[in-house]
Design a protein around this ligand. Sequence first.
Ligand code: R5P
Length: 305
Amino acid sequence: MICFALPPHERIGRAIARALRARAGTIDRRVFSDGERYVRPVTTVTGEHVVVIGNTGPDAASLLDLCILLHAIRASGARTTTLVTPYFAYARQDRADQSQEPVSAVLVARLLESAGADHIVLVDPHSIVTSRAFHVPVHVADPLPTLASALPTWARRDAVIVAPDAGASDRARRLAACLTRADVVVLEKTRPRPNVARIARLRPADQRRMQGRTAILVDDIIDTAGTITAAATLLRRAGVVRIVILATHAVCSGPALERLRRAKVDRIIVSDSLPRIRARGVPFRVTSLASSLTSVISATYAEGQ
Ligand code: R5P
């Protein structure tokens, strides 16, 4: 087996290759003077089982590099290609709310399988739409147990798990199942326009449950941090004394870091699905997806893919 990793996943790639006793593949990646991209697998793939690790964004170049690499691997006669996408960008474009609106999650799935992926591993892919968009087998890695293991002891005691919107409620319940004595509260979020989050006031009964406790806010993505910081402000007003944020994907675009700094939360636990962010005054802790991805990849091969 050969394992190729595109940036920023070289470290995860080496860890997976070591754990699976695979070879770490070498890639020649360049940008020509006119901006065209070139991605060649240098390690010979003919007749081999290949694992490719790469994100589909947020930048367009990541998606293009991934497609070019998959295409070259298929064209060179690899036996199978398993694509692992720690962060599947476009997963939030999963429905058409207006006429002629693109469902880009489906388009990206089609691009990847036509480029050469014949098995896909997704990590916390926002909604079921992305998994269902593929015609090839999809395996989903759940990073929650790994993220939960990074919770400090003080956060585990008598915590309330808070979902900032209905979409995060299942994730919140699964996290509660990883901890003992954890209640779950689901907040109501609306989006008056793209990238703007409004969270409705807590019901009085939920407000009483929050007083003097630690809240663990759980979501799949921190993008502009509008959702998570609006929720944190509401929880503080409700009497929560400590706030921990737990999210799989730290996109942190635009105003995110400034919002997180101002929110003064106690800890932010995220995975390494995206490049590591270092920001003064923002208490990030990063946990690696390497071991949960290794388990999913080995299970895929054990099923005799
Ligand atoms: C939305 O449904 C997602 O689960 C996240 O809550 C959202 O993408 C976070 O975005 P932002 O950080 O920009 O509020």
